[in-house]
Ligand binder design. Structure first.
Ligand SMILES: Cc1cc2nc3c(=O)[nH]c(=O)nc-3n(C[C@H](O)[C@H](O)[C@H](O)COP(=O)(O)OP(=O)(O)OC[C@H]3O[C@@H](n4cnc5c(N)ncnc54)[C@H](O)[C@@H]3O)c2cc1C
Length: 422
């Protein structure tokens, strides 16, 4: 039997693609390697009915595709952090927000972002890493410190690796600074999409090989409880990270540039650790987002709008520092929180996840090295024969590394499939 469309991967990209195709009256089957759905969206339950997200969590107010789905599925969005008011830095042993910096530091920050803006207005993708640019442009030490910290905390990579063009471009984008969270956790959206798709979604079915055959069908080898099964489809949407795809044999009419991108698109490293405390031990009702130059570079409170006296802190470690945490991740997160709040009590419970060590994501999300925007970007969302691509890495640059990017890419891939069969 020949299926209409096979979707590989049930993260938000694959599920959105399948959902849009089903809405358009197409037949779809989704194959997911893990036992659970959602991929890098992973809500977990903690004590006392509270929950946290080990993967994606924040929704910007310009993430309209996600907000539209949330409205459609009647999932409420709670306010989270508001930028820049809720942003704090732990500098010289003190918590500071932007207003409490000295005039000299404020000017250094303003100049940094102005110079980055000017840089990309002149050159699309300069051949320098963020670190090289900071040094050659003789930025003051405070500006360098903030920029390096931002690379780790936003892009999950090191300033010695990320291209200054991508860093600058991304920093000039974004919503108004008003952030939200899906009430009940990000997995609620995954569950809502999966509910509509029903039995079309299959878990514990890793795809081991993809091949476009001579008769223009795509043959997909799927591992099942009963062994390897071959399925054939007219079109396939591959919605898995390319950090994983590069390890799967795939035969398709790729261009050299597409192959280059599949094999070399880099992914950041990220450990996210949730610490649940018995009570709130900070003075402000809203913990805000605190950036610090430690093993974890960002700490915030995801339980702000949740019931109960327990409070959760999310700790985020990006780049090479996250790789060094290994099995001590929870202890290191506790120590990081105590750097800022020495009075922090013993935790009630914790959950931690290393996304680089995860077999089905092999990294956090993609980033671009110097020159990568020009080298990879034009090829990421192109089809190869009857094989189409979705996933945050194939979204418009401003939505990369976001749930919004995953959803938009899934919707775009579904549209490409529909146009191809018309
Ligand atoms: C720690 C962390 C924090 C984040 N924070 C935010 C945030 O606050 N806000 C935000 O918007 N975004 C955030 N993101 C990014 C967001 O999670 C991703 O951009 C988005 O979820 C990616 O969705 P996707 O569908 O492209 O990929 P994935 O979610 O990775 O889905 C791919 C799916 O394919 C499956 N798969 C892989 N290989 C195979 C195979 N061979 N066969 C079958 N299935 C396979 C995987 O198991 C997975 O389920 C965060 C990411 C991480 C890791």
């Amino acid at each position: 039997m020949v299926l209409q469309t096979i979707v590989v991967g049930a993260g938000l990209a694959g599920l959105s693609a399948a959902y849009e195709l089903v809405r358009a009256g197409q037949e779809v089957q989704v194959f997911e390697a893990r036992e659970r759905l959602g991929g890098r969206v992973h809500t977990v339950q903690l004590n006392a009915g509270q929950y946290g997200d080990l993967g994606a969590e924040f929704v910007d107010d310009n993430h309209t595709a996600l907000i539209n789905y949330a409205t459609e599925f009647e999932i409420k969005l709670d306010p989270a952090c508001q930028f820049p008011d809720d942003l704090y830095w732990y500098v010289d042993g003190m918590l500071r927000n932007r207003e409490s910096f000295s005039a000299e530091k404020q000017t250094a920050l303003e100049n940094l972002f102005e110079k980055l803006q000017l840089l990309i207005e002149k050159q699309h993708d300069p051949q320098q890493t963020l670190d090289e640019w900071l040094e050659t442009n003789q930025q003051p030490p405070f500006a360098k410190w903030i920029a390096r910290l931002s690379a780790r905390s936003l892009f999950a990579t090191d300033p010695e690796l990320i291209g200054v063009g991508f860093f600058a471009y991304f920093n000039t984008l974004g919503g108004s600074g008003s952030n939200m969270r899906l009430r009940g956790g990000s997995s609620r959206l995954v569950d809502a999409l999966a509910k509509v798709l029903g039995e079309r979604v299959h878990t514990r079915t890793p795809v081991r090989r993809i091949q476009q055959t001579e008769n223009n069908l795509v043959s997909v080898s799927i591992e099942t409880a009963n062994g390897l099964v071959e399925a054939k489809a007219s079109t396939v949407i591959v919605a898995i990270p390319w950090s994983v795809l590069r390890h799967i044999p795939i035969v398709a009419p790729f261009t050299d540039s597409q192959q280059d991108a599949i094999f070399h698109l880099p992914y950041g490293s990220l450990v996210k650790t949730l610490l649940q405390y018995p009570y709130r031990f900070w003075s402000k009702p809203n913990f805000g987002i605190t950036l610090l130059d430690a093993e974890y570079q960002v700490v915030w409170e995801p339980s702000f709008a949740q019931m109960g006296t327990e409070r959760i802190l999310s700790c985020f470690s990006g780049g090479s520092r996250s790789v060094e945490l290994s099995e001590n991740a929870v202890d290191r997160a506790i120590a990081t929180v105590r750097t800022v709040y020495p009075e922090a009590p013993e935790i009630v419970t914790s959950r931690s996840y290393d996304w680089s060590a995860d077999e089905w994501s092999k990294g956090a999300y993609c980033y671009f090295r110097p020159g990568d925007l020009d080298r990879f970007n034009p090829h990421l969302m192109q089809r190869a024969g009857h094989i189409f691509f979705a996933g945050e890495h194939t979204a418009p640059v401003e939505y990369r590394g976001y749930m919004e990017g995953a959803i938009r890419s899934g919707q775009r891939a579904a549209q490409q499939v529909l146009e191809s069969v018309r």
